[in-house]
Design a protein around this ligand. Structure first.
Ligand code: GDP
Length: 222
């Protein structure tokens, strides 16, 4: 029976996910790809517009409020922040894009860092692209998705702040986005819905990641 469930909904993976996320620690911030850890663990990346709720999701996943505060520290918002989850994988917090106050040079700098990272990181299993459920896909998100498609990187949309929508609105945004996402080759067809503040969908996201890590050819011991 359980084989017909999505990983995100499968109690087996939900239990594994909860266990997996019970230990987390900050590793380092990287301003250049040469600072990245040597590839010893698989990686899962989180990206999205600034203010989409990325830090809140990372806090909720790890049940560790001090972790994402590290990423939010001045200077670190434009870097790749590495967290180690158990001894199993690195969670990579990518710079938020679309920050209105960022200067052109700053934007170019982090765009280059992101592109260098995403083009060359073979141990990256999946990127979770966070989208504010109230706004849906914006041009910057679509541009980023086109880049991910061109780099043939597997990614999945995670809707955030779903608590801000009523049931009808939640259904409407998912129905609107499903065909939009289908036009992107490298996008995973399933959309995950979350609320960090109301703890909705966090267990499912943990389960999805646990299944990915368990099936990774680069997991420790391989
Ligand atoms: P980041 O810039 O992407 O790291 O976003 P943050 O995690 O700092 O969140 C930006 C704002 O959205 C903050 O005011 C959060 O309190 C709020 N926020 C984040 N997640 C949620 C959520 O699930 N529900 C609601 N209602 N607000 C949220």
């Amino acid at each position: 029976m359980s084989s017909t469930l999505r990983w995100a909904d499968d109690p087996k993976w939900q239990v594994a996910g909860k266990k997996l996320f019970s230990r987390s620690s900050f590793v380092r911030s990287c301003v250049d790809v040469k600072d990245l850890p040597v590839n010893s663990l698989p990686e899962i990346a989180f990206a999205g517009r600034s203010n989409v709720g990325k830090s809140s999701i990372i806090n909720a996943l790890t049940n560790n409020k001090t972790l994402a505060r590290v990423s939010a520290m001045p200077g670190r918002t434009q870097q790749l922040n590495y967290f180690q989850i158990a001894d199993q994988f690195y969670l990579v917090d990518m710079p938020g894009y679309g920050y209105a106050q960022a200067g052109r040079r700053e934007v170019m700098g982090w765009q280059n860092l992101m592109k260098d990272y995403l083009r060359g990181r073979h141990c990256l299993l999946r990127l979770f692209l966070l989208i504010d459920s109230r706004h849906g896909l914006k041009k910057l998100d679509e541009d980023f998705m086109k880049f991910l498609d061109s780099a043939a990187l597997s990614y999945q949309i995670v809707l955030t702040k779903i608590d801000k929508l009523n049931i009808g609105e939640q259904k409407a945004i998912q129905e609107k986005m499903a065909p939009e996402i289908a036009s992107y080759q490298a996008a995973h067809p399933e959309i995950l819905t979350t609320s960090a503040s109301d703890n909705i969908g966090i267990q499912s996201l943990q389960a999805e990641i646990a299944a990915l890590i368990a099936r990774s050819p680069t997991k420790p011991g391989y």
